[in-house]
Every structure is written in C-alpha cells, then in structure tokens.
Design a protein around this ligand. Structure first.
Ligand SMILES: NC(=O)c1ccc[n+]([C@@H]2O[C@H](COP(=O)([O-])OP(=O)(O)OC[C@H]3O[C@@H](n4cnc5c(N)ncnc54)[C@H](O)[C@@H]3O)[C@@H](O)[C@H]2O)c1
Length: 328
C-alpha cells in the first residue's frame, strides 16, 4: 500500500483525494494547505491528518509519495522538496510559469535520485489513449492534421485568472501536450488570442484562442479554446491521416436519445467539467504513478514533457501578442 500525502487542498486536490481514496494500491494519509477552511473539511471527509504547514507533507514519516496540487508558482519548490525527501511526486500542470525556472529545476534534479511525474492526465483518457494506440499501430497511416476542441463550461473566478499564468499556460497547456502526444516535437506556433467576453476584458488575458502548431514534417495541430461554452464542457479530438480519420467525441452520462415534435436525437448534456469528464483519466494517471513507484522507474509523463508544453505556451503568448509565427 502506497501512503499518499497531498500538498494544496483546492479543486484538483479534491479530485485526487477522491481517486486515491478509491484506489486499491494506495491510501490517503495526510494533506497540507495554509488555508484551514480548505484543508480541514477535506481531511475530515477522508478521516486523515492535516497541517497548515505545507512543508510537513515532505517530512512526514508516514507519507511514501506526494501529489502536488498547490498553485503553479509553488510547483518547482514542491517538486524539489519531494525529491530531496526521497518521496516520488506527481505534480499538477503546468510545471512552472517560465521555461527558465524549469531549466533550473532540471539541473537541480540531475543530482537527485527522484521520481517525478507531471499531471498531463489527458494522455491517460481511455478515448485519447486508444486513438494514440491506433496511430502507433498504423491504422491512421501518416498523421497529417490533429484537431483539438477544448472549451470550458464557464470561466473561473477572476482571482484565479489573475494568478493562472494566462490561458495558454493554464488551459491550452493540456492541448499543447495532446498535440505533442500525436505529433512529437513542435517547430512552429501561430496563435490568435480573442477577447470576446466583456466580463473578462480587464483581466489582461485572452478568453479564447485558436492556435496552429506544426512539426518538422509539416503535420499540423489546430487547437480551439474558449473559457466558456453554452453547451457545457466541450472536449473533442480528431486525428486525420492518409489511411483513416479518428474521432474522439464528447462524453455524456448516458447514451439515451430523445425525439419528439420539436427536436430529434436530443441527448444528455456533456459530462459537467474536468472532474467528471476526466475521472477515468485521473485514475489511470495514478495507476501509472503507482506502477512507476513499484517498478522503480520514471513515470511516463515527465518534467521534460512539461517543459516542452510550457515552451509552446510561451510561444503562443508571443505569437498572439505580436501577430507573428514563432519558430521553436
Ligand atoms: N490536471 C487538471 O485537470 C487540473 C485541473 C485544475 C487545476 N490544475 C492545476 O492544479 C493546480 C491547483 O489548481 P486548483 O484549481 O486546485 O487551484 P485552487 O485555487 O482551487 O487550489 C489551490 C490550493 O493551494 C493552496 N495553497 C496556497 N498556498 C499554498 C502553499 N504555500 N502550499 C500549499 N498549498 C497552498 C490554496 O489555499 C488552495 O487551497 C494549478 O497548478 C492548476 O493549474 C490541474
């Protein structure tokens, strides 16, 4: 049984706490967050110990491995603390706010015997993973175009946007990783940022974007993002090649279709948000983290993957601000 400590007790910590609690190979034992109103209810829900000092997670003797769910600017500090304590860590995306910080982290990690995984959960989503397996098996032939649609049901609070690092590092980072998952390393980035939501104009961030990426063979990925979507959490993926096209569609709680005198083929609304839509992906991501610990190897999604997605996010920001294509 792997005993898990969580640092940070916000939205994503609640997802991981629930998944760990249900896992047969792991046990949630400790959680820390400086805000008592956040950490105490979560600790009480799972009957575990808690602390208002985040550092306690890294020194607690009962904690075998750590899940880092703190705000992004703290990820690097927390990854290093876990590595120095000899505790494997699964860290949420993005790894940091700037590439330079990650380069410094990578250098420091070189001298430490560590296991660090980055939380690109969508690679583990059964639909996207199956599409990836089919590409690897040659079903699609040469991948020519990847189309990713990712829209949130509603924008997060402005306070969250203010510290999020902006739409590309906070939201599109998942899609940049998905593009890399199918296309490998990206060589050019062209982004159009949009400010269509009057309520978010004063955040200084884009509330929607369309990004075109290309790899060295000329294959492309087009990403369409919005912070809001009237039909719900819209998550679609298409992979087009010279032999086949794969489509990953939105997921619904049931497959029932309703037809009547006003409409036909109406279905349930999409699974509500990331907690529901990617519940299986978070669980399978944890499976990989636990397997890597047991097999004494590095987990599948690495800091290097995080660094490459972050570099694309920086290029997208530059492209959207200047109107130019950025070459990597
Ligand atoms: N993989 C995903 O699908 C996904 C989804 C949501 C968020 N995230 C990522 O998870 C991270 C957290 O996001 P969130 O939505 O849970 O944010 P949140 O604001 O809901 O929670 C963050 C928590 O961190 C706590 N905190 C503040 N200072 C801290 C410190 N020094 N040490 C430990 N905890 C501290 C806050 O009190 C808060 O409870 C972000 O990096 C975000 O990008 C990933």
């Amino acid at each position: 049984m792997i005993r898990i400590g969580i640092v940070g007790a916000g939205r994503i910590a609640r997802v991981h706490a629930k998944t760990v609690d249900a896992h047969l190979d792991a046990e949630l034992v400790f959680i820390a967050d400086p805000v008592e109103d956040a950490v105490k209810p979560l600790a009480e829900k799972y009957g575990i110990r808690y602390s208002l000092n985040p550092d306690d997670v890294f020194t607690d003797a009962e904690v075998d491995a750590v899940i880092i769910c703190s705000p992004t600017p703290l990820h690097v500090e927390h990854i290093l603390k876990a590595a120095k304590a000899g505790k494997p860590a699964l860290c949420e995306k993005p790894v940091a706010m700037e590439t330079e910080t990650v380069e410094d982290l990578v250098k420091k990690l070189e001298n430490l015997d560590h296991k660090t995984m980055l939380g690109f959960n969508r690679r583990f989503d059964p639909t996207f993973a199956r599409m990836h397996d089919m590409v690897k098996a040659g079903v699609v032939g040469n991948v020519e175009q990847v189309t990713i649609i990712s829209r949130d049901p509603a924008a997060p609070p402005k306070e969250y946007i203010a510290v999020s690092g902006g739409i590309f590092k906070d939201m599109t980072i998942h899609d940049f990783d998905t593009a890399r998952f199918f296309l490998g390393d990206i060589t050019s980035v062209y982004a159009v940022g949009q400010n269509l939501d009057p309520d978010l104009k004063d955040t200084g961030d884009f509330d929607a974007a369309v990004i075109t990426l290309a790899n060295s063979q000329g294959a492309t990925a087009t990403i369409t993002n919005s912070r809001h979507c009237s039909s719900g959490y819209d998550q679609r993926l298409e992979v087009f090649g010279d032999k086949a096209t794969l489509n990953g569609e939105n997921m619904r709680p049931t497959q029932v279709r309703v037809s009547n005198g006003e409409y036909t083929d109406a279905k349930d609304v999409y699974l509500d948000f990331f907690l529901e839509r990617y519940a299986q992906a978070y669980a399978l991501e944890l499976n990989e983290f636990f397997a890597a610990i047991k097999e004494n190897r590095q987990p599948a999604t690495s800091i290097a993957d995080g660094a490459k997605a972050l570099r694309i996010a920086e290029a997208a920001e530059e492209s959207a601000r200047t109107g130019k294509i950025v070459y990597l």
